[in-house]
Design a binder for this molecule. Structure first.
Ligand SMILES: NC(=O)c1ccc[n+]([C@@H]2O[C@H](COP(=O)([O-])OP(=O)(O)OC[C@H]3O[C@@H](n4cnc5c(N)ncnc54)[C@H](O)[C@@H]3O)[C@@H](O)[C@H]2O)c1
Length: 350
């Protein structure tokens, strides 16, 4: 008989508590400890019926978890994960994997050197609709991918910024939100070789950007754009369109990604596919529209189940530290391009 994997939570804020809700639904795992120095964390641990620690290294020593979920602020991710790897404990590390490429390279080396896995929490990759979109692309149903249009346009309430770290460097919407979209674009469309970008903070006037327009050149030759803002009253974003989380009222009919190739096009999350009936047809013939089907599933739950298998050594991480690092390198290229006004290539993470 296999006992449930004993998982500790480091960082029991908004995201950590979401992970806990999913842990309750996964029989193969159970929470064994909470480490968080913040207000309310001890009470939360008591509600969960597990010991509370204010410091994660002491928690690793005393509670001896078999795996950890790290959901503390972005700039603590790598240092925390390194401590877990040093203790031999597999990590599900929230995104972004880190905030500097050098620290991420250190994490990649530590994970490879120790053989202890890191799964980066790019949970959208685990959504069955993304898996189906990836299959459609791999089957060649769109022909050669030519244009990629991505939108992340929504309104965060002002109260979101009451949490101090969300106003500080390292927590802007590039690191916190567009990191998801850029990761998915890499996952679906392949690596990006060059970007150009404008960013702006004129909606809120905080140190971090609140709006961006990004041009992407993919390794396979496709050209893309991603326009985003967290300060616009608009319905085009994964959060509002995908229905992945019930906390966001859903805009069923609005897409956030549009992929166009020589033989067809695909909208996401609707998974509507357009194509012509005959090869060689063009704008005078009707475009046919069909829907791709898939069995829905909860991405965070599926990610957690995958993490249990990763921690038990049964699977390789779908997004390891190096892969998460490549998404971070893309973010850094966007920031550099916006600051310099030049086209920039993402740094290589091998
Ligand atoms: N995957 C997603 O869709 C998603 C969504 C939201 C947030 N996140 C990520 O989750 C992480 C947390 O974000 P959040 O919105 O939950 O923030 P939050 O502020 O609600 O929670 C962060 C928690 O970390 C705790 N903390 C601070 N220092 C700590 C330390 N040294 N050790 C342990 N805990 C510490 C805080 O007390 C707080 O409880 C971030 O990295 C964020 O990017 C991911």
């Amino acid at each position: 008989m296999t006992f449930p994997l004993r998982i500790a939570l480091i960082g029991a804020g908004h995201m950590g508590r979401q992970h806990y809700q999913h842990l309750l639904q996964v029989p193969a795992a159970r929470l064994c400890a909470v480490a968080d120095p913040g207000p309310g964390a001890a009470e939360f641990a008591a509600e969960c019926g597990v010991p509370h620690f204010t410091e994660h290294r002491r928690m690793l020593d005393v509670a001896q978890p078999q795996a950890v979920i790290v959901a503390n602020p972005n700039n603590l991710h790598v240092a925390t994960a390194l401590d877990c790897l040093a203790a031999g404990v597999p990590v599900l590390l929230e995104k972004p994997v880190g905030v500097h490429l050098d620290e991420v390279r250190e994490l990649v080396a530590a994970s490879r050197g120790s053989g202890v896995p890191v799964l980066v929490g790019h949970h959208r990759r685990h959504n069955p609709l993304i898996a189906r979109a990836r299959e459609v692309l791999a089957e060649g149903a769109l022909g050669r991918l030519v244009n990629v249009t991505a939108l992340w346009q929504l309104q965060k309430p002002e109260s979101y910024f009451d949490v101090p770290w969300r106003r500080e460097p390292g927590a802007g919407f590039l690191f916190t939100n567009l990191v998801h979209d850029l990761d998915l674009l890499r996952y679906l469309c392949g690596e990006v070789v060059q970007v150009q970008a404008f960013t702006s903070n004129t909606v809120r006037g905080l140190p971090n950007e609140d709006s961006a327009a990004i041009l992407l050149q993919f390794e396979n030759g496709a050209l893309g754009s991603l326009t985003g803002s967290d300060g616009v009253a608009a319905p085009w974003s994964w959060e509002l369109d995908s229905g992945e989380s019930p906390v966001y009222p859903r805009q069923y009919d609005q897409p956030c990604y549009l992929l166009a190739g020589t033989q067809g096009a695909l909208s996401i999350p609707q998974l509507q596919r357009w194509h012509y009936a005959e090869p060689g047809a063009g704008w005078h013939q009707p475009l046919l529209r069909g829907s791709e089907t898939f069995t829905p599933g909860e991405a965070l739950r599926l990610q957690l189940e995958h993490f249990v298998r990763v921690a038990r050594g049964e699977e390789q991480p779908l997004t390891d530290a190096a892969d998460g690092g490549r998404t971070l390198a893309l973010i850094e290229a966007v920031r550099e391009a916006a600051a310099s006004g030049r086209a920039c290539a993402p740094s290589r993470i091998v």
